[in-house]
Design a protein around this ligand. Structure first.
Ligand code: SF4
Length: 129
Protein backbone atom coordinates (compact mmCIF):
# COMPACT_ATOMS: atom_id res chain seq x y z
CA UNK A 1 0.00 0.00 0.00
CA UNK A 2 1.49 3.34 -0.95
CA UNK A 3 1.86 6.23 1.48
CA UNK A 4 -1.18 8.20 0.27
CA UNK A 5 -3.41 5.15 0.43
CA UNK A 6 -2.20 4.44 3.98
CA UNK A 7 -3.18 7.97 5.03
CA UNK A 8 -6.61 7.65 3.43
CA UNK A 9 -7.09 4.23 5.03
CA UNK A 10 -6.02 5.57 8.47
CA UNK A 11 -8.39 8.54 8.21
CA UNK A 12 -11.27 6.23 7.31
CA UNK A 13 -10.41 4.00 10.25
CA UNK A 14 -10.30 7.00 12.58
CA UNK A 15 -13.65 8.25 11.27
CA UNK A 16 -15.22 4.80 11.60
CA UNK A 17 -13.92 4.48 15.16
CA UNK A 18 -15.23 7.93 16.08
CA UNK A 19 -18.63 7.17 14.57
CA UNK A 20 -18.76 3.83 16.34
CA UNK A 21 -18.15 5.56 19.65
CA UNK A 22 -20.59 8.40 19.08
CA UNK A 23 -23.43 6.87 17.09
CA UNK A 24 -24.76 4.93 20.06
CA UNK A 25 -28.12 5.86 21.39
CA UNK A 26 -28.48 8.18 24.31
CA UNK A 27 -29.36 6.71 27.70
CA UNK A 28 -32.95 5.45 27.69
CA UNK A 29 -34.56 7.51 30.44
CA UNK A 30 -37.30 4.87 30.82
CA UNK A 31 -34.82 2.06 31.46
CA UNK A 32 -36.19 1.34 34.94
CA UNK A 33 -39.52 0.36 33.38
CA UNK A 34 -37.85 -1.91 30.83
CA UNK A 35 -34.85 -3.56 32.46
CA UNK A 36 -34.33 -5.77 35.47
CA UNK A 37 -31.63 -4.90 37.98
CA UNK A 38 -29.05 -6.57 40.15
CA UNK A 39 -26.69 -5.34 42.85
CA UNK A 40 -23.28 -4.42 41.51
CA UNK A 41 -20.77 -7.01 42.78
CA UNK A 42 -18.50 -4.30 44.19
CA UNK A 43 -20.38 -1.00 44.50
CA UNK A 44 -23.48 -0.02 46.48
CA UNK A 45 -25.77 0.53 43.53
CA UNK A 46 -27.86 -1.44 41.06
CA UNK A 47 -26.88 -2.41 37.54
CA UNK A 48 -29.76 -2.36 35.05
CA UNK A 49 -29.85 -4.64 32.03
CA UNK A 50 -27.25 -7.14 30.89
CA UNK A 51 -24.01 -7.13 32.87
CA UNK A 52 -21.49 -9.32 31.07
CA UNK A 53 -18.10 -7.57 31.28
CA UNK A 54 -16.34 -6.40 29.32
CA UNK A 55 -18.67 -6.40 26.30
CA UNK A 56 -22.00 -5.53 27.94
CA UNK A 57 -22.05 -3.41 31.08
CA UNK A 58 -25.59 -2.06 31.38
CA UNK A 59 -26.72 1.07 33.22
CA UNK A 60 -25.08 1.71 36.58
CA UNK A 61 -26.72 3.56 39.44
CA UNK A 62 -30.16 4.48 40.68
CA UNK A 63 -30.68 8.22 41.25
CA UNK A 64 -27.43 8.87 39.33
CA UNK A 65 -27.53 6.52 36.35
CA UNK A 66 -24.70 6.08 33.84
CA UNK A 67 -25.08 3.93 30.74
CA UNK A 68 -21.70 2.21 30.70
CA UNK A 69 -22.26 0.92 27.16
CA UNK A 70 -22.40 4.53 25.95
CA UNK A 71 -19.78 6.12 28.25
CA UNK A 72 -16.61 6.95 26.30
CA UNK A 73 -14.60 7.96 29.40
CA UNK A 74 -14.60 11.61 28.42
CA UNK A 75 -14.40 12.42 32.14
CA UNK A 76 -16.36 15.66 32.10
CA UNK A 77 -18.80 14.31 34.70
CA UNK A 78 -15.93 13.72 37.11
CA UNK A 79 -14.61 17.22 36.45
CA UNK A 80 -17.90 19.08 36.89
CA UNK A 81 -19.44 17.17 39.79
CA UNK A 82 -19.19 19.30 42.95
CA UNK A 83 -19.90 16.32 45.21
CA UNK A 84 -17.36 13.77 43.90
CA UNK A 85 -20.10 11.33 43.04
CA UNK A 86 -18.06 9.53 40.35
CA UNK A 87 -14.94 7.42 40.41
CA UNK A 88 -13.21 5.66 37.53
CA UNK A 89 -13.88 1.95 37.25
CA UNK A 90 -11.75 -0.18 34.93
CA UNK A 91 -13.47 -2.24 32.26
CA UNK A 92 -10.68 -3.06 29.83
CA UNK A 93 -12.02 -4.48 26.60
CA UNK A 94 -15.35 -2.67 26.53
CA UNK A 95 -16.05 -1.49 22.95
CA UNK A 96 -16.80 2.12 23.98
CA UNK A 97 -13.98 2.71 26.49
CA UNK A 98 -11.69 0.92 28.92
CA UNK A 99 -12.88 2.82 31.99
CA UNK A 100 -16.21 4.18 33.16
CA UNK A 101 -17.46 6.90 35.49
CA UNK A 102 -19.05 4.87 38.24
CA UNK A 103 -21.56 6.74 40.46
CA UNK A 104 -20.15 5.20 43.61
CA UNK A 105 -21.27 8.12 45.80
CA UNK A 106 -24.70 8.65 44.26
CA UNK A 107 -26.16 9.39 47.70
CA UNK A 108 -24.18 12.66 47.69
CA UNK A 109 -25.88 13.96 44.51
CA UNK A 110 -27.46 17.39 44.90
CA UNK A 111 -29.21 17.18 41.49
CA UNK A 112 -27.35 20.11 39.99
CA UNK A 113 -27.54 18.31 36.59
CA UNK A 114 -24.07 19.45 35.53
CA UNK A 115 -23.00 15.92 34.60
CA UNK A 116 -26.20 15.15 32.72
CA UNK A 117 -25.98 18.43 30.78
CA UNK A 118 -22.29 18.21 29.93
CA UNK A 119 -21.90 14.53 29.05
CA UNK A 120 -20.99 14.60 25.33
CA UNK A 121 -22.70 11.30 24.56
CA UNK A 122 -25.75 11.74 26.84
CA UNK A 123 -24.91 8.69 28.93
CA UNK A 124 -26.18 10.10 32.27
CA UNK A 125 -29.65 10.54 33.73
CA UNK A 126 -30.31 12.12 37.11
CA UNK A 127 -33.48 11.16 38.99
CA UNK A 128 -34.99 13.19 41.79
CA UNK A 129 -35.11 11.39 45.11
S1 SF4 B 1 -26.21 16.05 39.17
FE1 SF4 B 1 -24.51 17.32 39.97
S2 SF4 B 1 -24.09 16.50 42.03
FE2 SF4 B 1 -25.33 14.96 40.94
S3 SF4 B 1 -23.82 13.56 40.07
FE3 SF4 B 1 -24.29 15.07 38.48
S4 SF4 B 1 -22.73 16.69 38.75
FE4 SF4 B 1 -22.71 15.43 40.62
Amino acid sequence: MNYNLKIIYASHEFKADYERKTKMAEIDVDFKDKLSSQKHPEFEYNVWGEFAPPEKLGIHGDNVAVDFDICIADGVCIEVCPEEVFEWAEYAGNPASDKKAAPVNQDRCIECLACETDCPVVAIKIFEL
